[in-house]
Write a protein that binds this ligand. Structure first.
Ligand SMILES: Nc1ncnc2c1ncn2[C@@H]1O[C@H](COP(=O)(O)OP(=O)(O)O)[C@@H](O)[C@H]1O
Ligand SMILES: O=C(O)[C@@H](O)C(=O)COP(=O)(O)O
Length: 454
């Protein structure tokens, strides 16, 4: 008799790096061994129950995004994944051209199943969906700061309409009363709606228990889509359906890492600005003026000089944040994509110098697009995730090509998440080893080390 390696229970494709590491860290917190690779080149290691491929496809051309997610899905399918999950932002970050709709439809065509769900809600942060409308706390999405996002301004709160505008198939809604009625009601509705030709179904989602019911209803769909939060409820469904045993669950551990510490922030979200302001109350912060970069100033050299003045004694932060009026003026002058690409290239260049030459070994990057550029510039293609500890708190370890014995403690923070003190708290936490037992019975997990941070 031959024994084969256990197949992957779950293969995920994330459209950006902050969200993708968040998803991997949630599975790790549940006790699921989870691999995490960046881009399409790194091999998928065997022996894990789940794997997340981190892409940077949120705002690229839809055709390129589709090509990449299909290649990622093929690789995960080859590794034996029994379900593919397409991960996007809780605030449904996309443009009228996509890329949530085109990617999900291409995946659905490739994987079959005929229908998939869209569950973006992240209830623990107050991001909910009611009657198809997304809320951030009491604010409709289009009335929240998300309407000013530099790359994906969200000006319509009705996700059924938003998704329909970027999809060929028909979009429907699994309404809150159905979700509240539980798993069987959700499964019946999925069947009825797909029989009517509605194959792309937004789910109303208000409470954490709604996420659990939706995950239980969707655990056997070939394709599921949403934010990390719904995927975090899949492991209990796997246990209930005999796909997983409690003996398969593993504790998550992270080693202590010392060495110079830095925050790089390319997010201009209000939350990140607040976090930088708090950090700057007791640590040096350099804010790069993008207008002067466009005028030809060597802002990377300026950042190196700033870092040399302060490292290794202080933790430092370097950011491209600017008030909304300045962001808009820059975008008017140079174009939205050009400004974003310039800011990302500057921060990626700074990361290379500070990590490779000045020895930074504790790094927090704020912003998903920014994180994609920084991680690529550092040549990191696989990330060992620690356990999710709360919104914005997904620590990891990466090994730098050429310096494999020199780990980099890394956290890729969603621009819009995390508490005010997150930067100092996390950089300090990185100096302590941690082991966290699987949170299989309770969710969201309690925060053992960083109670102050979220
Ligand atoms: N001052 C600025 N003006 C305009 N765009 C900026 C500025 N600073 C950074 N950006 C760009 O804004 C985008 C922010 O996206 P991202 O890094 O994903 O953050 P978030 O997680 O908040 O969405 C990046 O592409 C970044 O390069
Ligand atoms: O919902 C979230 O905030 C995350 O899951 C996520 O995708 C983060 O994306 P960015 O806000 O662009 O960092």
């Amino acid at each position: 008799m031959t024994t084969s390696m256990p197949s992957l229970l779950f293969g995920a494709i994330a459209d950006d790096l902050t969200g993708g590491t968040e998803l991997a860290s949630m599975l790790v917190a549940r006790g699921i061994s989870t691999g995490c690779t960046v881009g399409l080149q790194a091999p998928i290691p065997s022996g894990n129950l789940a794997h997340v491929i981190l892409l940077k496809t949120r705002v690229i051309a839809a055709s390129d995004a589709v090509r990449q997610v299909l290649e990622a899905a093929d690789r995960l399918a080859e590794a034996g994944a029994r379900q593919i999950f397409f991960k996007y932002c809780a605030t449904f970050d996309s443009t009228p051209a996509g890329n949530i709709g085109p990617c999900a439809e291409a995946l659905l065509d490739r994987l079959g199943g005929g229908v998939t769900l869209f569950t973006p809600a992240l209830c623990e942060t107050g991001r909910t969906v009611y009657q198809g409308h997304m809320f951030g706390g009491a604010q409709l999405l289009a009335e929240s700061p998300k309407r000013f996002d530099p790359l994906t301004p969200m000006t319509d709160s009705n996700l059924v309409r938003v998704l329909q505008a970027q999809s060929k198939g028909r979009v429907g809604l699994v309404p809150c009363l159905t979700v509240d009625a539980g798993t069987e009601a959700i499964r019946n509705t999925i069947r009825e709606q797909s029989a009517r030709g509605e194959t792309l179904l937004i789910t109303d989602t208000i409470r954490e228990r709604d996420l659990a019911a939706i995950a239980e209803a969707a655990f056997d769909l070939p394709l599921m889509t949403g934010n990390s939060s719904v995927a975090a409820h899949l492991p209990p469904a796997w246990l209930a359906h005999g796909l997983l045993k409690t003996g398969d669950l593993v504790a998550a551990s992270l080693p202590a890492v010392n060495g110079p510490a830095m925050v790089l922030a390319g997010s201009v979200a209000d939350r990140t600005i607040e976090q930088l302001e708090r950090f700057a109350q007791s640590n040096p912060l350099l804010t790069i003026d993008l207008a002067s970069a466009f005028a030809g100033d060597d802002v990377v050299a300026e950042a190196r000089a700033f870092a040399e003045r302060h490292l290794p004694d202080a933790m430092i932060a370097i950011a491209t944040t600017a008030p909304q009026v300045t962001v808009e003026a820059l975008q008017e002058a140079h174009g939205r994509e050009t400004v974003a690409a310039r800011a990302e290239a500057i921060l990626a260049g700074i990361a290379q110098i500070l990590v490779r030459e000045l020895g930074v070994r504790r790094l927090v990057v704020a912003g998903g697009e920014t994180a994609g550029s920084v991680v690529k510039a550092l040549g990191i293609d696989r990330i060992a995730m620690g356990a999710y500890e709360g919104p914005g708190l997904s620590r990891a370890i990466a090994h730098l090509p050429g310096l494999p014995s020199d780990p980099l403690a890394l956290m890729l923070k969603s621009g819009k998440l995390g508490g005010a003190n997150i930067f100092t708290d996390v950089l300090q936490d990185m100096t302590r080893p941690s082991t966290i037992a699987p949170a299989i019975d309770t969710w969201p997990p309690t925060r053992p080390t960083t109670g102050k941070a979220s």
